[in-house]
Write a protein that binds this ligand. Structure first.
Ligand SMILES: Nc1ncnc2c1ncn2[C@@H]1O[C@H](COP(=O)(O)OP(=O)(O)O)[C@@H](O)[C@H]1O
Ligand SMILES: [Mg+2]
Length: 465
């Protein structure tokens, strides 16, 4: 289907000429962005999915909202299937020249086409364009394909000063006057993104363990809604669990009280999700599928990382034990979960309240898979691995630090749900093994210095009966 055919040009600038004029600049700039998912493969071209003029590009300050598909050769893991290329959300500012404070935002000088002679840049660095987004959310604007919606019960003031969050992120966030934070998703997929769906559901369910979405930004393209961004209350002075854990380790302090509170927070979120959204029973057939997926990931990782191979037989027993339980007629419950839970996705307010953020799941997985019910042990395993990572980031290793946290986390979880995750050791070991294998592959590819951390876990998981 040609997207251009179903979405007539909304901007007076002609779409093909606009894209042609930006193409050489974007080819240079896009792959350098931290959130660009196709690293290591060249961008061979772009196609325009949608363009909306938020401020006319002929004005002294123009603002274009772009959804562009980046064409790239396939990676070996994508197989031979035709892949249309990832679709990215870009906010492009257009000016005559950039003031020095915007120098880091430069994309380039346009040579030809409708914007010839002008300078284009990453508009999120610029308070005025960032303010345009907040105003659109506040007034529930509809601008061509873009639809801005809000929760009428939360007030949005008009005079909030924006600043771009410059931390390394897989998306981009703007903080408005220390009151709200707008997360703009970078890789855009059709359908309801769980990063909006789950916090909205949880806040409707009365769960205080997530910041309740204040407003959100959507694009209607053809039949499908695409989630572009979510505005939520900014937790001023918050620290994430990873920072806090490392801080306590550096002070030689124990982290078990916080780990227990995190267990309670996770449990509250899981219980609210199970109340609000469908749960399913996983019997023999479903468990076989789940175990097959885990086994396939193990074989692929062992293929790619020789250091994993000696442990493969032991790791297979973790999955075999789960398959055996299923064959004996044991069943499990699956429900919606966070999907990418670790210490960095937990924020503690200055008053000590924990909230969970970033419900997007693993963006590399298809949306349909991310929105399926899973055993809660997946999230729990993610946190258990995260305590282990925190412990290993501190030298010398503090013996028992991670184990104490892991145990306190499970205790906290059990206090709320009445069910200690350790009472199902077979499922927990399988989920932790699956996670550790993923980490081995990731570290081998991206951060070889860290490879010993998941390998130590793999050694333990392969040996434990
Ligand atoms: N509601 C919030 N209050 C304060 N800081 C937040 C809030 N939401 C996110 N952040 C900060 O922004 C960072 C990135 O947010 P996150 O949703 O995890 O985005 P990403 O998908 O890019 O990882 C967090 O690690 C946290 O530091
Ligand atoms: Mg995150």
């Amino acid at each position: 289907m040609s997207e251009a055919a179903t979405h007539p040009a909304t901007a007076p600038v002609a779409r093909p000429e606009l894209l042609a004029s930006l193409d050489p600049l974007l080819r240079e700039w896009l792959p350098r962005q931290r959130w660009f998912a196709g690293k290591g493969r060249p961008v061979t071209g772009f196609s325009l999915v949608a363009v909306v003029e938020l401020l006319p590009p002929t004005a002294p300050l123009g603002l274009l909202h772009l959804l562009v598909r980046a064409h790239q050769p396939l990676s070996p893991t994508q197989g031979a299937l035709p892949h249309p290329g990832d679709c990215y959300q870009l906010l492009i500012g257009v000016r005559e020249a950039l003031p020095p404070r915007l120098a880091p935002a430069l994309i380039g000088h346009v040579e030809e086409g409708p914007l010839a002679g002008r300078t284009v840049y990453e508009a999120l660095y610029d308070p005025r364009p960032a303010g345009v987004l907040l105003e659109a959310l506040r007034t529930q604007a509809r601008i061509s394909e873009l639809r801005f919606e809000r929760d009428r019960h939360q007030e949005i003031r008009e005079d909030l000063v924006p600043r771009l969050v410059t931390a390394e992120q897989s998306n981009s966030s703007i903080v408005y006057g220390d009151t709200f934070i707008l997360k703009l998703l970078r890789r855009i997929v059709p359908g309801i993104n769980p990063d909006l769906e789950l916090p909205l559901t949880l806040s409707k369910e009365g769960c205080a363990r997530v910041p309740a979405p204040t407003a959100w930004m959507l694009a209607d393209l053809g039949e499908e809604t695409h989630v572009l961004g979510v505005l939520q209350p900014f937790i001023k002075g918050a620290a994430d669990g990873w920072e806090l854990a490392l801080r306590e380790l550096a002070k030689g302090e124990d982290f078990s009280a916080e780990a227990r509170a995190l267990g309670r927070a996770t449990a509250e979120v899981h219980m609210a999700l199970a109340r609000a959204l469908p749960t399913v029973t996983l019997g023999h057939a479903q468990m076989e599928l789940l175990v097959d997926g885990m086994s396939e990931r193990l074989e692929a990782a062992a293929q790619a990382v020789p250091a994993l191979r000696p442990y493969a037989p032991g790791l297979r027993t973790a999955f075999g034990a789960l398959a055996d339980l299923a064959a004996e007629g044991h069943t499990w419950t699956a429900q919606r979960i966070h999907g990418d839970l670790h210490l960095g996705q937990c924020l503690r307010s200055p008053t000590g309240q924990w909230t969970l953020i970033d419900f997007e799941g693993e963006p590399s997985k298809p949306l349909a898979e991310r929105r399926m019910p899973h055993p809660t042990a997946r999230d729990i395993a993610g946190m258990l691995r995260s305590f282990d990572y925190a412990a290993h980031s501190h030298h010398p290793l503090v013996p028992g630090w991670a184990d104490t946290c892991r145990s306190a986390y499970c205790t906290g979880y059990a206090e709320v749900t009445g069910l200690d995750p350790r009472t199902d050791p077979v499922l927990l070991r399988a989920c932790e093994t699956d996670k550790a294998i993923y980490e081995v592959l990731y570290e081998a590819r991206h951060r070889p210095d860290w490879l010993p951390v998941p390998l130590a876990a793999v050694r333990r998981l392969a040996a434990s009966p």
